[in-house]
Ligand binder design. Sequence first.
Ligand code: PEP
Ligand code: MN
Length: 333
Amino acid sequence: MIAVLKTGVPEAQRQNLIGWLEGMGLKVHISEGEFHTVLGLIGDTSRVDMDLLGGLEIVESVRRISEPYKKANRKFFPDDTIVDVGGVKIGKGNFVTIAGPCSVESEEQIILVAKKVKEAGAQILRGGTFKPRTSPYDFQGLKADGIELLLEAKRETGLPIVSEIMNANHLPLFEEVDLIQVGARNMQNFELLKELGKTKKPILLKRGLANTLKELLMSAEYIMAGGNENIILCERGIRTFETYTRNTLDVSAIPSLKEMTHLPVIIDPSHACGHARMVPSLAYAATACGADGLIIEVHNDPKNALCDGAQSLTFEQFEEVTKKVQKVREAII
Ligand code: PEP
Ligand code: MN
């Protein structure tokens, strides 16, 4: 349930109302918008007399929120959320480009890629260190050593870093990682989500291969329910009957999520299509659709990459993409 307050309500009256609601065992989530203050009521709201609440002098309107996601709901927080990743802002008009290899492979590789993507305009460096591979015989990532190398690349370039976590026990290793990724395969690993909810770290939550947008938002809700509201959502392609591309990019997820939630939404065109030659087109489409950013795989030597080489852009290709993305942004503003 939400209660929208009238403008200019004195603080004492507002506190009185909040105290009364909390007295009924409810949690009150306050969001200060540009024009209105919205009180989001979480808990058993069946005891709240809607007519009584709506009839109070300081209350403009009262509405029940039927969706099961509350804190992630745009009705709860009508404004766009801005997530700060090591000083880089994402959301509410702040567009971000994240780039780097699928996996950290060596010191030389990650430092070179970090420098090159920064030169081309990337603001955050990606690099997988714990890799969720379909086959147990494939490269599994450099793990803790990979995180050390990413941190070195961060020191060299000043770029904040993002890497995927697969096990909550690894959280201490991610202390200096600016943005923690929950990959598609772990979107519904609820125990992991709960642990991440206890931290204050920004989380990049990727949509599962076969999950609905509502399920994605329920996963975000798990993290938010624990107190961590720093979440960036990522659409990275879903499973359909089509096999020509690795997955099918659901561009309609962008305007849909923009209606459903206040959280920033970015797109991963690399995992969505699986082919480097198609990545630029999907990046432009996502930008034109209003995404808050892109996460793109870039490699110094795609042919010999230990993971996802076929979908990785070269430095030159990435530079061209960032330039054209900028043009698309200018065209749609
Ligand atoms: C990745 O970002 O390298 C990755 C494994 O992504 P996803 O979870 O979307 O497959
Ligand atoms: Mn990858």
